[in-house]
Design a protein around this ligand. Structure first.
Ligand code: DP6
Length: 348
């Protein structure tokens, strides 16, 4: 009974209309980072990663099959997609078509509420929503694990946005098809931890180097990559233990060291990739001062200059005010743990 599982519900076509499905997914922020692929085509990572799905910035994606189309049509925030964005989505739809045994082209209409390409995980929510909507539109009924694997093929971090709360993406062993089957995310419990992430958007513009390119360069040239990947294994084990006992201080310390280590790998790449800006460093300094003032606050940064500060919910307003003060040119918002990807019952 597919309709019992929200992940696998398939919308029935209205009279005469092409089948379609609408899905919504939220971004996630990694506390243990994914950085580096061991297989680019299958999007297999070097290391396990662990994230929190957010309750802000959802992406809503409508996929319907095009009865006439000779090619896929993709609208990103209402504008036709072109170039690399269109290519990535078409390659992803080809994969879904291969699984479904279909040659039909699709019309994809996707709306992000997060600035695209600014290191705020738009590809995670984007490909999680696309995976769910496209699978449903093409009549597939993946379980959550298969859906996570599918989303991974669009963007690695999207594998984790299938799930709400905290999710662990297993790198999986080996290579090829066996490895593909073993690399997926699953929910992890957080020992009752209910933190906030204060997001300091110090620059919402698109990044100069895509995370995909930056990862490739880091794996290929950075002498710090292998040591970080090895340390990240320990970080993950420590993180799981800290999460399990709901220890925010340890969770924050581990997340911060893992993220700073990831940025160190990029700084040592040749040529270097530096996402952190002066405003980033100003916020990092403020976070250190908050700790000196007795507030549990820990920073993490992704492929961009923006800073996410993990703290207690009860401290989130104070942390947000401090960060706003430190980076008055930016914007600050407070996020909490959010829901997994889901289908909406009616096409938008
Ligand atoms: C720094 O998932 O965007 O946010 O798989 O190439 O699409 P691709 O990369 P992506 O990388 C995210 C990297 C990160 C860390 C993380 O989310 O774990």
């Amino acid at each position: 009974m597919r309709s019992e599982n929200p992940v696998t519900t398939v919308l029935l076509p209205k009279d005469g209309a092409a089948p379609g499905a609408v899905a919504v997914a939220h971004p996630n922020i990694a506390l243990i980072k994914y950085w580096g692929k061991r297989d680019e085509r299958l999007v297999l990572p070097w290391t396990d990663s662990l994230s929190m799905t957010l309750d802000v910035f959802p992406t809503t994606t409508h996929v319907r099959l095009d009865p006439a189309g000779g090619q896929d049509t993709v609208l990103l925030n209402g504008a036709p997609a072109a170039g690399e964005a269109l290519r990535r989505i078409t390659v992803f739809l080809d994969l879904v078509r291969e699984m479904a045994g279909s040659a039909r082209r699709a019309v994809v209409d996707t709306r992000n509420t997060v600035p695209t390409g600014a290191g705020l995980a738009s590809s995670a929510s984007g490909f999680a929503a696309l995976a769910l909507a496209a699978a449903a539109a093409y009549g597939l009924a993946p379980d959550a694990t298969a859906l996570s694997r599918l989303a991974r093929r669009g963007s690695g971090s999207a594998s984790r946005s299938i799930f709400g709360g905290f999710a662990l993406w297993h790198a999986g062993p080996g290579t090829g098809a066996d490895a593909d089957a073993c690399s997926y995310a699953e929910p992890v419990s957080s020992g009752g931890l209910d933190p906030a992430l204060v997001i300091a958007v110090v620059n919402a513009g698109p990044k100069a180097v895509s995370s995909r390119e930056a990862m490739r360069r880091t794996v290929g040239t950075s002498p710090l990559f292998r040591p970080w990947a090895a340390a990240s294994k320990d970080d993950l084990a420590d993180m799981r233990a800290a999460l399990g006992r709901g220890d925010l201080e340890a969770v924050g310390e581990i997340a911060e060291r893992n993220a700073l280590g990831m940025h160190a790998t990029m700084l040592a790449a040749r040529p270097a990739v530096r996402y952190l800006s002066p405003a980033t460093v100003t916020v990092l300094d403020r976070v250190l001062r908050l700790r000196a003032e007795g507030v549990l606050a820990y920073a993490t940064m992704d492929a961009g200059p923006n800073v996410k500060v993990l703290c207690r919910r009860a401290d989130s307003e104070r942390v947000a005010a401090a960060v706003r003060d430190a980076a008055p040119q930016g914007s600050v918002l407070i996020a909490g743990p959010g829901p997994g990807a889901r289908l909406l019952s009616e096409p938008a």
